[in-house]
Ligand binder design. Structure first.
Ligand code: PLP
Length: 430
């Protein structure tokens, strides 16, 4: 047995992967190294990365400026507790986040993962109403087809049908669900979805602390895009019915949809915003929850007067430094042109798939390309064929999707779409 064969065997027998069996039916693919948009496997084969490690690696892997900042931070101070102490990396990052996000968002809470950033967002919203002596406002209004994480509070606002509600029903808190927004970014809508959303708020606003949603792009709950006008109307209704708005920008934040934040499409500001995934450019785990001064003041003036959260690795300096560097690299790059370039390339190349028997829909927004199949059992086959064609993707169910690094070179972008198209065509012909 070679060195890698024995490693992969150990992995298969002892290490859980996301949403996986133990031991796994098939071994995971070993990765030896990364560079830019290229993933080099243990056998030396090179794959063009179509996933950006689940939205995160905005500038590809091993970006020299981010690496340099991280190495410098490792030598100075990789970690220090945040209780009673502070440091420049956290302050520098908070300054950037406050400057870039909509103006009312002024207060920053750092955590380690997207799910926890959403947990903190939910906790802030509920504590806000407790502080106003309205503890009965402790429910959330979420959207069907949403995804907000895998922890218990976030599971309870994921899609009630394709999420984990059935499995954990006895332990999950019960919240309200509005129909998913009508599919389509550029549609003329009859606003039936908003009408149903409004009916729920009218009926239940005295029990609702906050609306939670992913602005414009519903990610893992269906890869669905919806119109900015829906988001604008949700903001108005939240104000009308005195309910907070929590925007989960964990996947969409930092440019993916073509705007810096997806909320910018509707020119709205949420009361609370969660950032994660993309924050460090995929280099190390970090998340943040931003809130308005009104929320922080209310919580601080209520009982017990403290925001009741404080993770051990809060505001880890190494991660904060990576995040600031990631943001600086993004803003110094022609990211809008890059995203437009990827968007037009996806529109041109995926269009021809639409007429293939077995393809239900293709859709593109910013640097996100989605091919929705009619069958939901071809994902693994397509992933396998894509790897044979030199491409890394990770379909789920009937959704084959890709969100490459913004700076993916043109030849690799072409390789990615060609490999993907070939894999889908081959799988559908079987
Ligand atoms: C991935 C994701 C999360 C959860 O983030 P984790 O870092 O996996 O905990 C939450 N919301 C959205 C929109 C996501 O895409």
């Amino acid at each position: 047995m070679t060195h890698w064969q024995s490693l992969l065997q150990f992995d298969q027998e002892h290490i859980w992967h996301p949403y996986a069996k133990m031991p796994a039916d098939t071994p995971a693919i070993g990765v030896a190294k990364t560079q830019g948009s290229i993933i080099t496997l243990s056998d030396g084969k090179e794959l063009v990365d179509g996933m950006s490690s689940w939205w995160a690696a905005l500038h590809g892997y091993n970006h020299p400026a981010i690496q340099k900042a991280m190495i410098d931070q490792i030598e100075t101070m990789p970690h220090i507790m945040f209780g009673g102490l502070t440091h420049e990396p956290a302050i520098e990052l908070a300054k950037r986040l406050i400057k870039l996000t909509p103006p009312p968002l002024q207060k920053v809470f750092f955590t380690d993962s997207g799910s926890v950033a959403m947990e903190v967002a939910i906790k802030m919203a509920i504590q806000y109403w407790i502080s106003l002596e309205q503890p009965q406002k402790n429910k959330l209004l979420a959207l069907k087809n949403g995804y907000h994480g895998d922890t218990f509070a976030t599971m309870s606002i994921c899609d009630p049908d394709n999420g984990m509600h059935r499995l954990f029903n006895s332990t999950l808190p019960q919240h309200f669900f509005a129909p998913a927004p009508q599919k389509g970014f550029d549609i003329d809508s009859d606003n039936q979805d908003i009408a149903e959303f409004k009916t729920l708020l009218e009926k239940h606003h005295t029990e609702i602390a906050a609306v939670t949603l992913e602005p414009i792009v519903q990610g893992a709950g269906g890869m669905r895009f919806y119109r900015p006008d829906y988001l604008r109307q949700v903001r108005e209704l939240c104000d009308e019915f005195n309910v907070l708005l929590i925007a989960d920008e964990i996947a969409t934040g930092f440019g993916r949809t073509g705007k810096l934040f997806a909320c910018d499409w509707a020119n709205i500001s949420p009361d609370i915003m969660a950032l994660g995934k993309t924050l460090t450019g995929g280099n190390i785990t970090l998340a943040a929850t931003l809130a308005t001064e009104k929320i922080s003041d209310t919580i601080s003036q209520g009982q017990p007067g403290l925001l009741m959260h404080g993770p051990t690795f809060m505001a880890n300096p190494l991660a904060c430094r990576a995040a600031s560097s990631n943001i600086d690299v993004l803003l110094a790059s022609p990211w809008q042109e890059n995203i437009q370039r990827i968007e037009s390339h996806f529109l041109n190349t995926f269009h021809s798939l639409k007429s293939l028997p077995g393809v239900a829909d293709t859709r593109v927004l910013g640097a996100i390309g989605v091919i929705e199949l009619e069958r939901n059992d071809l994902g693994e086959t397509i992933q396998h064929l894509a790897v044979q064609n030199g491409v890394w993707i990770r379909p789920f169910g009937k959704l084959i999707y890709t969100m490459p690094a913004y700076n993916i070179p043109a030849d690799q972008l072409k390789q990615l779409t060609e490999g993907l198209k070939t894999a889908i065509t081959q799988a559908l012909q079987r």
